[in-house]
Write a protein that binds this ligand. Structure first.
Ligand SMILES: [Zn+2]
Ligand SMILES: [Zn+2]
Length: 383
C-alpha cells in the first residue's frame, strides 16, 4: 500500500489506517513493534527498548529494560548508568511474543547494529546509523535481506563521496609529522564514541610522538580496551602544567575543547577536525579549526544507495538527514519511499547538519573531498 503524502504525518487520519497493519509502526515514542510490545531506539521512556547503538539520540535514558548487541552493553552502562540491559550476539535470533528479532553489524561505531524484525512472513530491518566501508574496528556492515528497510540519510546528497580511509589517514599522519617537526602540538577534535577510536586505529602503526586524550575520550578508550578491543595504548592528558613531549604530541579532544582554556598546556597548537562535514567550507570555518579531514562514520551517497539495494527491500523509510531529497530520489528509482519524522540525528557527527542544511554543490570543497566532478544527473537532485 502506498501512502500518498510523502511525509508520514502521525496526526493525519489516514495514517492510522496505513499504520495499522504494519509490523513496525511509527509512533510519537519511537519505532513500535506492536506484536512484540517493544520499541526500537525510542526517544520517550518505554518498558522494553531494543537499541541499535550507544549514541545518545538512539540510546536514551529512562527505559525499564534494554536489549542491545553484547558489544554495546558496557558502552550503554557507561553512558546511561545502572540500567537493566541484556546483550545478544550478532546473528542470534530470539523471540518476543512470537516476533523474531536479531542484531546484525551496522559498521557505524563499535557495538552498532541493525535490527531485523520478522513476523508472519514480513521482514523489516532498522539500520540505526551505518556505513558500508569497513573501518577495521567497528564490526563490518552486513546487508540483511528484507522487504522494509528503515534508513538514515545524514549524507544523503550525491556530493558526498568519501575518499578511501587510507588516504585520509595518510594525510592526517603527514599533517601531524609536519607539526611535530615544527615543534607544534597537533589537536584533533573527534567525537568520543566512534571517531576517536577510528582515528587511533588508523594512525596507530606510525606515530611521530605521544598521543594524549581528553578525559571523555580516554575513559571510553579504556573501557573498550578492557573489553579486548584492539586499540593502541594512549595517555590521559596529565593534570599538571608540564606535559612530556607536548610539542610532538597528537591530542584528541571532543569538539568543545578546541579553542577553550583546556588546550592552554599545548605548545603552539595546530587544530583539525575529522568529520564528513569537513568537505563543506562553511562548516570548517564555523568549527574554527586550521584543517579539516573528511572522515565519516556514516555512509556517503553511494554507500546509502548500495546498502539499500543490497537489502532487496521495496519499501524504504528515511528517518533523519537529507530526508526530502533522499526519499524523492528513492521514489524516482522505483522504491516506495517515505520520510518518517523521528528525533534522531541530534548527536555527534550528525549535529553539524543543522548548520549545513542549505548545501549546494558549490559549497563542497573538492580539494578536501574526492575531487571528482559531479555528473549532471547528480546536479539535478541538489535542490
Ligand atoms: Zn550514531
Ligand atoms: Zn543517528
Amino acid at each position: 500500500m502506498r501512502c500518498t503524502p510523502e511525509q508520514l504525518d502521525l496526526n493525519h487520519p489516514l495514517y492510522a489506517l496505513f499504520n495499522r497493519d504494519m509490523l513496525i509502526r511509527f509512533t510519537d515514542k519511537g519505532l513500535y513493534v506492536e506484536a512484540a510490545g517493544v520499541y526500537i531506539d525510542p526517544w520517550k521512556p518505554v518498558a522494553k527498548a531494543l537499541i541499535t547503538h550507544g549514541h545518545s539520540d538512539h540510546a536514551r535514558w529512562g527505559h525499564s529494560q534494554y536489549i542491545s548487541v553484547q558489544s554495546s552493553v558496557s558502552i550503554l552502562k557507561h553512558r546511561l548508568g545502572d540500567i537493566i540491559v541484556t546483550g545478544k550476539k550478532y546473528g542470534e535470533t530470539f523471540k518476543i511474543n512470537g516476533v523474531e528479532f536479531s542484531f546484525h553489524p551496522a559498521g557505524h561505531i563499535i557495538g552498532s547494529a541493525q535490527i531485523r524484525v520478522a513476523h508472519k512472513g514480513e521482514v523489516w530491518v532498522v539500520s540505526g546509523d551505518y556505513k558500508v566501508e569497513n573501518d577495521g574496528i567497528s564490526e563490518a556492515f552486513e546487508p540483511v535481506a528484507c522487504q522494509h528497510f528503515i534508513t538514515e540519510s545524514t549524507f544523503g546528497l550525491p556530493v558526498f563521496k568519501w575518499k578511501p580511509q587510507e588516504h585520509v589517514y595518510a594525510d592526517m599522519l603527514e599533517w601531524w609529522q609536519r607539526n611535530a617537526a615544527d615543534n607544534r602540538s597537533s589537536i584533533i577534535s573527534a567525537y568520543s564514541l566512534g571517531k576517536a577510536q577510528r582515528i587511533l586505529k588508523g594512525l596507530s602503526s606510525s606515530c611521530p610522538g605521544p598521543v594524549y586524550a581528553h578525559g571523555a575520550i580516554f575513559t571510553i578508550h579504556e573501557i573498550l580496551r578492557n573489553e579486548g578491543w584492539d586499540l593502541p595504548e594512549i595517555l590521559p592528558m596529565p593534570l599538571g602544567s608540564v606535559v612530556p613531549d607536548i610539542q610532538k604530541a597528537l591530542v584528541l579532544a571532543p569538539p568543545g575543547a578546541i579553542g577553550s582554556s583546556w588546550q592552554k598546556r599545548l605548545k603552539d597548537p595546530v587544530s583539525a577536525a575529522a568529520s564528513g562535514w569537513m568537505g563543506v567550507r562553511g562548516t570548517r570555518r564555523r568549527s574554527a579549526v586550521d584543517r579539516g579531514f573528511v572522515l565519516s562514520d556514516h555512509a556517503d551517497w553511494d554507500g546509502l544507495n548500495q546498502a539499500i539495494e543490497a537489502t532487496g527491500a521495496t519499501s524504504v523509510y528515511v528517518t533523519h538527514g537529507y530526508t526530502d531529497i533522499f526519499s524523492k530520489w528513492l521514489n524516482e528509482k522505483g522504491y516506495d519511499a517515505h520520510i518518517v519524522k523521528t528525533e534522531y540525528g541530534t548527536d555527534q557527527e550528525e549535529l553539524l547538519n543543522a548548520e549545513a542544511d542549505t548545501l549546494s554543490s558549490a559549497d563542497i570543497d573538492d580539494a578536501s573531498n574526492s575531487g571528482e566532478a559531479i555528473s549532471p544527473s547528480e546536479k539535478d537532485i541538489i535542490l
